[in-house]
Design a protein around this ligand. Structure first.
Ligand SMILES: [Zn+2]
Length: 64
């Protein structure tokens, strides 16, 4: 089983090497190598850009 442990860069505690975030301090783990997390992060950013564009559209479109 992949139970490789690494030290968190921020709090220094032992964390599993394949977790997305440190369970102790919540810092994003920099030991991810699979790349799925960056994809999820991109979707998250695109989602908020969409929300912002949606709000901006209504703010400009709605009559005052
Ligand atoms: Zn930590």
């Amino acid at each position: 089983m992949g139970d490789t442990q690494v030290n968190c860069l921020y709090c220094g505690k032992k964390i599993a090497g394949d977790v997305a975030e440190c369970p102790h301090c919540g810092a994003v783990s920099h030991f991810q190598t699979r790349g799925y997390r960056s994809g999820a992060r991109l979707r998250f950013v695109l989602f908020w850009i969409g929300v912002a564009a949606f709000c901006l559209f209504f703010a400009l479109w709605l009559p005052r």
